[in-house]
Each structure stands twice: as C-alpha cells, then as structure tokens.
Ligand binder design. Sequence first.
Ligand SMILES: [Zn+2]
Length: 287
Amino acid sequence: MARKKDNNAAQDAAAKALAAVQAKKSAEKAKVQHNITHVEQQTVGKTELLAVTRKNAMPYRVAAIILWILAIAFEVLAILFFKKVIKWDFALKNPGYYISWIVCIVLDFICVMVGSLLWKKANHLDPASAKNKTKFWLHNNLGVIVAVIAFAPFIIFVLTDKKADKQSKTIATVIAAVLIIAAVLVGIDWNPVSQEQMLEEAGIDTGAVYEHVYWTKGGKVYHLYEDCGHLNNSSDLLEGTSQAAVENGKTRMCQDCYSRGVKEGLIIEENNDDKIETPTDEVVPVE
Ligand SMILES: [Zn+2]
C-alpha cells in the first residue's frame, strides 16, 4: 500500500510539474507578437496639430448637424400629423392616424440619437477647450439641447391640443417622454475630453512628445506600452510619436498605460484635482 501511495504522490508531482509547464507556455502564448507599422508624424507643433484634429472631426460634425435638422423636420411632421393639419386620407383615420405621428416621432428620435453619437465622436477627435466651463459643457452636450428641441415642442403641442382625444394625447405624451429621456441620456458625454487634456497627455504643450506609442486602427486611445493588456487581442499595431497618434484620432492615452506610466516614473502627475484647468508641464517623454 505504501508503495502505491508513493506512486500516487510521484504521479501527482509529475502532473503538477506538467501543469506548471503548460501554464507557463500559455502565459507565453498570451504575450502576443505584434506586427508593428510605423506611422510618420505629419505636423509640427500645436497649431498645426489642432488644424488636423479639426479636419478629422469635420465630417462627423457636418453629419451630426444634418441629422439633427432632419430630426426637427420629423418632429414638425409629427405635430402636423397629430393635429391633422396634413389632409392625407391614410393619416386621418385609425390606425393610420397613430401610425403617421408615431413613425415620425420615432424617426425624430433615431436622427437625434445618431446625430448625438456622431457629435460626441467629433468631440473626441477634436476636443474643445475647457477654459470656459459653460462653453465646454454646451459643446460636449449639444445633443442634450437638441434632444429637448426635438421633443419638447411636440409634447407641448400634444398637451395643449383641444381637439385630440384623451387616448391619443396620453399615448403621444408617454412615447415622447420616454424618447426625450433616452435622447438626453444619449446626448450627454459622460467622459468628455478637453483640448488641454489631449495636449497634455500627448505631451505636445510641453514639447515633450512621446517618441514611441502604440495604437490600433479602430481604437480610441494610444498606449504607452506595447505589452499593455488592451493590445493583447490586436495583432496589428501602429506605432509613432504621441503627436502622430493624436493626428490619427487617438486623442487620449490609455488609462492603464497612464497609471503604469505614473507608477514607473515615466509620467510625473500634476495635481489631479485641476488637471483640466492646469494642463501643461512636466510630462516626461518615454525615451
Ligand atoms: Zn494601454
């Protein structure tokens, strides 16, 4: 029996050793080999760079504004259908009456929502200055104001309509109320970027641009470290200076790389409380 027990122990030890080797192997496997393509920096200095970020964001801004105008057009149509101002047979009788204004108010919502998402994307590519707080808030949350404009008049027209029956008034108010709340929530930028923050993290304000940072084509941020965990699933990486990263729409540094950079002394942290108000200074380059 004793011998058998020893045997088992030996087997256990062997199994454990094997497991350890396998774990090591899979850990090595997890360290992804990246195909790195170098990206040349196109601009010199802050002014040139900001011209590029403005250009990057322009198509998104234009599309957002077109969609928001469309949204308001759908709202006007919804009001006209609700008040039976449009004398179209289909829309005068049930269920065509309900369908006509419900479809319009839903299209209104879709246009507001997509417009807001594009507007927020534009603001991340080309952040506004945070020097004036009110202006900064309005710029980042323009979608909220559009949401109110795109639904509140409809609600007011519905509630003050003396001819419409109670049921259609209730249905219209509830739908519009739900959609306005959803549109406001989509319109808020919960994590806005300021121009000062972008310039600071990219090291541009200080002239201390990072020599080698990494990003992916579809990513929103750039990474200080090639072995950052967020890059494990991407085989193809782009590499260049932090200014090149910003030129390519990666206007912020990855949070984890930032924390690691601070920990390893590559980044000297400013007083964090007023990081946005006091941009500039001591960002130390990687190399
Ligand atoms: Zn990272």
